[in-house]
Design a protein around this ligand. Structure first.
Ligand SMILES: Cc1cc2nc3c(=O)[nH]c(=O)nc-3n(C[C@H](O)[C@H](O)[C@H](O)COP(=O)(O)OP(=O)(O)OC[C@H]3O[C@@H](n4cnc5c(N)ncnc54)[C@H](O)[C@@H]3O)c2cc1C
Length: 383
């Protein structure tokens, strides 16, 4: 598959690189230190149209592909994962709405997602249903002209600030995974309580939250996918969007790895010990060469997986391969780059310490490394 970027893609990538370096880079430590959402970055991203990159032009988006979208996200992740996550997350939940929701809901919400007026979290994981996402127990029970939602969610990113929560719930408990659907719950709904989870390790510019639903009433027209085996808007449809964008976690990891690599390379050119630059020490040169190989491999896998989605040939196994390779690679690369700084890398004055904490998230979210390997193994040994 041809991975050569078009002149337009180069222009898009370079503009994002400039923005990341000139505006986002120096502020990245602040969001982490203060556990503060990068509000001013989000505002700028909206103004520049970065939140609607992959959304259909009919809804006010740019109608670009996922390759284009993640070229931008990769550049931002090189300097600030918390800000890159804003573009990623606002690419996932709106894509689910754009792909799966009834037209009335799409046309009402999509332009507001793109302008930044509305934010939407994804509330799927529960205390007893993490990797086993089909085991959720939150229910959506038909009641009059709507539904009553009861249950609990955990780890909902932006749950404390999102205007809407895309909630996974059992519409028809007897139908197993096929009875799971999604509906949009407004943040001010009576019966909804939100609790921010404290002591987060990294990406502190984003918060994770517990959501408690106690007879929360949701109008019927807020159903995105009805959990019904014979429904044309079923659970499987939302999974397809995840399969397509899971690799986004890999691209963000790739960006962090590249950012750390560049810092280490620049330092090695100036730091001298034993009368020699680090860049001239054979053992360290090979470490850098090994990292370069891994980064190049991750880049190829991720963009191949994204190009397949853009071409309408999404390959869930390739997405899993790309996600695992890139996220596991990034953890190791950031660790090795930190090593290049010796004692200085251990302190928060340099971005390496933050990057190490940040990148840890990416092997867990969007499907853990282990569950992705299960999916890959099922591809190798079909049941
Ligand atoms: C920072 C962060 C942000 C998140 N954001 C969101 C969000 O916005 N919305 C949301 O719904 N969720 C979110 N999550 C939740 C995330 O998707 C889950 O943490 C993840 O799916 C794993 O579930 P779990 O934590 O319950 O771990 P478990 O499922 O309990 O897994 C524990 C361990 O067992 C392994 N394991 C589980 N099953 C198997 C198996 N069959 N074979 C081998 N190993 C296995 C796992 O890989 C893991 O190592 C977020 C999590 C984090 C950390």
């Amino acid at each position: 598959m041809e991975l050569e970027l078009t002149p337009q893609q180069v222009e898009l990538r370079d503009a994002a690189r400039k923005l990341a370096n000139e505006v986002f880079k120096d502020k990245a430590a602040r969001w982490d230190r203060n556990e503060e959402y990068p509000e001013e970055n989000k505002k700028l991203l909206c103004e520049l149209g970065y939140l609607g990159l992959s959304i259909d032009e009919a809804y006010g988006g740019s109608g670009l592909g996922l390759v284009d979208t993640y070229l931008v996200i990769e550049e931002i992740a090189k300097v600030d994962l918390a800000t890159a996550l804003i573009v990623h997350e606002q690419n996932v939940s709106p894509r689910i709405v754009a792909t799966c929701a009834p037209e009335a809901l799409r046309s009402a919400l999509m332009p507001k997602f793109i302008s930044g007026e509305l934010e939407c979290s994804i509330a799927w994981t529960e205390p007893e249903a993490g990797s086993d996402g089909a085991a959720i127990t939150t229910t959506a029970t038909a009641d009059g002209d709507g539904y009553l939602v009861n249950g609990q969610k955990v780890f909902t990113t932006y749950g404390d600030r999102a205007d809407l929560h895309l909630v996974y719930a059992r519409f028809e408990p007897s139908k197993g995974a096929k009875g799971v659907g999604t509906l949009l719950v407004r943040k001010d709904s009576p019966g909804l309580r939100v609790h921010k989870i404290p002591h987060k390790m990294g990406v502190r510019g984003a918060s994770e939250n517990e959501l408690f639903f106690d007879n929360v009433r949701v109008p019927a027209d807020h159903v995105v996918t009805h959990g019904s085996a014979d429904s044309s808007r079923g659970f499987v449809q939302t999974l397809q969007v995840y399969n397509a964008t899971r690799v986004g976690m890999g691209v963000m990891a790739l960006g962090v790895a590249e950012g750390a690599f560049e810092l280490a390379r620049d330092y090695m050119l100036v730091r001298k010990q034993f009368g020699q630059r680090l860049a001239d020490m054979q053992g360290l040169r090979w470490m850098m060469a090994d990292m370069w190989i891994q980064i190049e491999a991750a880049r190829s896998l991720c963009y191949r997986a994204l190009a397949a989605v853009d071409a309408g040939r999404a390959d869930p196994c390739l997405s899993s391969v790309a996600k695992v390779q890139a996220t596991e690679m990034a953890q190791q690369v950031v660790l090795n780059c930190q090593q290049m700084f010796g004692g200085y890398g251990y302190f928060g004055l340099l971005p390496l310490e933050r990057m190490l904490r940040d990148v840890r998230m990416l092997t867990i979210t969007g499907g853990t490394t282990q569950t992705q390997k299960n999916a890959i193994a099922n591809h190798i040994f079909p049941r």
